[in-house]
Design a protein. Structure first.
Lengths: 290, 279
């Protein structure tokens, strides 16, 4: 689906994939450098190894046990760990390592994003064999920020496990919303308004809201034009602003949900004739994986 | 070629002679070259062709359509469009075109004359700037359906997204089901028929034209006001809906009619200071 949307932007591609959770085990996807840094300077290759070793040391210091470690690229890693402590403390301590950025922490979530189109990133990170329940993704043409992994979508709701968002649109009260969330102790890795949606929803849910209630509140409290998708360990949701200014096409059957900005993406996996429709203004929908 | 003057010219209007790329040309039916598009072809409806577009780019599809029409083919079936964007655009002659599947964004835009039937769904901005002909969609349609349409009949038998007929300047748009918010926004002329429910801000800032709604209206926009259904409205609706095999759920006579309140009209050449004197 994402490759068929390459024309929307080939700068970067991101996947938030949801596999089957295994008890209290967490999967961490992180990087210790940007892709373009790897071709600059003589020391970066050694630095990457040092940063990775330091992260492993810090995980051990926090009592996390590394069960599996995979090197997706020279600068990006997948760690499966056993850990039942505070996720925020874990995330903060790892990101304190120079160059380290956690892309996701989750029981089911694995967030992968890098420069290039969908085929390239999927191949680079060997995603074709991934088995899971649901996923959201994004292809990006950089308009208001750099072409780098940090500015690529989806966004994980740091430091809440398993919450990710992709978004098409512009929030006009971004800074107001961000300052309010920062006052509540949240931190942002980017200046992208999509990240605000992720943290906003996760914050609401930690206060007791259901995902759907949090999303309904977002329609009232987030200003601007937007359509976004959100995923948690067991749910997938979509919301559209009250102006219905950003596109979304939806296909829904008893066995499958497919959403995209353009129908051509849905047709890439359903070449036969199906019935699709546009959700309306202010629409909020949530599907739960049983 | 004899050029007859128009009444406006006789009355002394349109005497200006503009030059350069912005040269203004006035409508004279006798000047046939004004109505002949470079890419308009004489076609024979009895000459038929089918082609599968699954492996083609939109440009390739449109070039093949043009090639077929240039050969006089007047009935064409397009298969497996796969929701590609910008298919069947810029057709400037009569043509019977059947599209076996769904279109993406901007399908059938800038057309002047063809009769197009789409078996699937269409994405955003279908038939934008359509001048003449008919486009009939069997399933649903995305937002900005029939944006800036100037003529012809544009029919969607299913539900449609927001901003249907935005900046509409003529023609007819018919929606068999529900339509989203801001339909008829800045509508200037023409008729829109929504047989199901209409979203909020219906007819917002409309200058002219008429909107008929068979279901509930979530809310009217600025300067859109209810109007009285006349016998002419009923006759026109019955005839038009019958043409496309549609019917108003509660009967044509029970439809809502919306027109411009014309409170936003401000067509004069007065300076603000002069307006103050008059008002």
């Amino acid at each position: 689906m994402l490759q068929s949307l390459k024309h929307r932007g080939p700068d970067s591609t991101g996947y938030a994939l949801y596999g089957k959770p295994h008890g209290k085990e967490l999967v961490i996807r992180l990087k210790v450098a940007e892709q373009d840094e790897m071709s600059k300077g003589f020391a970066i290759h050694a630095q990457v190894k040092e940063r990775r070793a330091e992260i492993e040391r810090r995980l051990g210091e926090l009592g996390a046990k590394i069960l599996e470690e995979q090197e997706a690229t020279e600068y990006a890693f997948r760690l499966r760990i056993s850990y039942d402590g505070d996720t925020r403390r874990l995330a903060d301590y790892i990101e304190d390592v120079e160059g380290a950025e956690i892309l996701s922490i989750g029981h089911g979530l694995e967030l992968i994003k890098d420069l290039g189109d969908a085929d390239r990133v999927a191949s680079q990170y060997s995603l074709r064999g991934f088995v899971g329940t649901h996923a959201i993704g994004h292809t990006r043409m950089a308009t208001e920020s750099d072409v780098d992994i940090r500015s690529a979508h989806p966004y994980w709701a740091y430091p809440f496990a398993d919450v990710s968002v992709v978004h098409n649109g512009q929030l006009t009260n971004y800074w107001k919303g961000r300052r309010a969330l920062e006052r509540r102790g949240h931190r942002f890795v980017s200046n992208c308004d999509s990240e605000l949606i992720a943290v906003y929803l996760a914050d609401k849910m930690t206060q007791g809201s259901t995902l759907k209630d949090a999303m309904k509140a977002s329609i009232e409290e987030l200003d601007g034009v937007f359509t976004y998708l959100v995923a948690t360990a067991d749910s997938l949701g979509m919301a559209k602003d009250v102006m219905a200014a950003k596109p979304m096409v939806l296909y829904e059957s008893d066995r499958f949900i497919a959403l995209a900005s353009e129908e051509v993406a849905i047709r890439s996996i359903f070449p036969h004739e199906i019935d699709t429709f546009d959700p309306y203004e202010g629409d909020v929908r949530v599907w739960r994986n049983n | 070629m004899a050029v007859t003057t128009t009444r406006a010219t006789d009355l002394g209007m349109h005497t200006e002679q503009l030059a350069g790329r912005t040269q203004q040309r006035f409508f004279r039916p006798e000047e046939q070259e004004r109505f002949t598009h470079p890419q308009a072809f004489e076609v024979d409806f009895k000459k038929r062709a089918e082609f599968d577009v699954a492996a083609m780019t939109p440009s390739e599809v449109n070039l093949i359509l043009r090639e077929l029409m240039s050969q006089g083919v007047g009935t064409i079936v397009m298969k497996n469009p796969g929701a590609k964007h910008s298919l069947a655009v810029g057709i400037l002659n009569r043509l019977n075109l059947t599209i076996e599947g769904s279109l993406g964004y901007f399908g059938c835009g800038l057309i002047d004359g063809p009769n197009i039937r789409i078996r699937g769904r269409v994405g955003w901005s279908c038939a934008e700037n359509m001048l003449a002909g008919t486009v009939v969609i069997e399933k649903n349609a995305g937002s900005t359906f029939g944006a800036a349409i100037r003529g012809g009949d544009l029919v969607c038998k299913g539900d449609v997204g927001a901003r249907v007929g935005i900046d509409m300047k003529g023609g007819t748009i018919i929606i068999g089901g529900r339509a989203g918010a801001f339909c008829g926004f800045m509508m200037q002329r023409g008729r829109m028929v929504i047989l199901g429910d209409a979203g909020k801000n219906l007819g917002d800032s409309m200058y002219d034209g008429t909107i008929y709604v068979g279901g509930k209206i979530a809310g009217l926009g600025v300067d859109a006001v209810p109007a009285e259904m006349t016998d002419l409205d009923v006759q026109w609706l019955e005839r038009k809906l019958k043409m496309y095999g549609l019917a108003a759920p509660r009967g044509v006579k029970n439809m809502h009619k919306i027109s411009a309140g014309r409170q936003l009209w401000n067509y004069d050449n007065l300076e603000p200071a002069e307006k103050k004197l008059i008002l």
